[in-house]
Design a protein around this ligand. Structure first.
Ligand SMILES: [Zn+2]
Length: 230
């Protein structure tokens, strides 16, 4: 199920790229990762990115002999590979084991205020905020921290918020073996607050709901719980 955004014919490529960024659109649901990158070690990636980041800094006019700046290309490269974009690596995907629902709790479970940090793929600036997740057990339950780990894994990639929402939602449905999953994400985009329109107060909300949560009473129950927290 791949959707490809079309570039309007009357626009040149440069204008279209700008549109992608400012309209915060996305072209695919999956994060496309090249085969080639899978065969490159972390150390190699860090070394290549370090070289390029050094170029960026010197091109901007910075003097890298300064003690404070000297280590920056390496620091940034290491941060990209080991922290900020660690969710691009398949082997970092959290391994989930489920447990029997011994208490036979059959109502919704809400894990609220899961904080996350991601990165806007159009501007490489932070997206950060909270996710609230609800699910109803299909007979199995998940360790609560695993919900956080799933959010964290998909966040640690260049993203758009809509895709991040759907990727987390789909993974939850898969691991929890049920469609009865709901998700509410409220996030700040630094590409909106620190540049462009420069709005520091707005936040962006995305939601997903499956199974019983598509019905208004269950969704309202979830939304009420989420709103009570504010
Ligand atoms: Zn952006």
């Amino acid at each position: 199920m791949k959707k490809t955004a079309k570039i309007p014919k009357n626009k040149n490529i440069q204008e279209s790229f700008e549109d992608y960024g400012d309209n915060h659109t996305m072209s695919t649901l999956e994060t496309l990762v090249s085969e080639k990158s899978l065969n490159i070690s972390d150390e190699e990636k860090i070394s290549v990115i370090e070289g390029h980041f050094k170029e960026i800094m010197t091109t901007l006019g910075l003097d890298l002999s300064d003690d404070s700046l000297k280590g920056t290309p390496h620091r940034v490269a290491k941060m990209y590979v080991k922290e900020a974009f660690v969710g691009l690596k398949n082997d970092e995907k959290p391994k989930i084991s489920l447990f029997d629902n011994k208490y036979e709790y059959g109502k919704m479970l809400v894990e609220k205020n899961i904080s996350f940090h991601s990165c806007c793929e159009h501007h490489f600036l932070p997206i950060y905020g909270k996710v609230h997740i609800a699910y109803i057990s299909s007979g199995k339950v998940i360790g609560l921290s695993k919900l956080h780990r799933i959010v964290n894994y998909f966040s640690r990639r260049p993203q758009v918020q809509e895709r991040l929402t759907v990727q987390i939602f789909n993974e939850l449905r898969k691991v929890l073996q049920t469609d009865d999953v709901a998700l509410f994400m409220d996030a700040f985009h630094m590409c909106v607050s620190s540049r462009g329109i420069e709005d520091v107060t707005s936040s962006t909300v995305t939601v997903e709901a499956g199974g019983v949560f598509e019905k208004s009473d269950k969704w309202n129950q979830f939304a009420t719980i989420v709103n009570d927290l504010e």
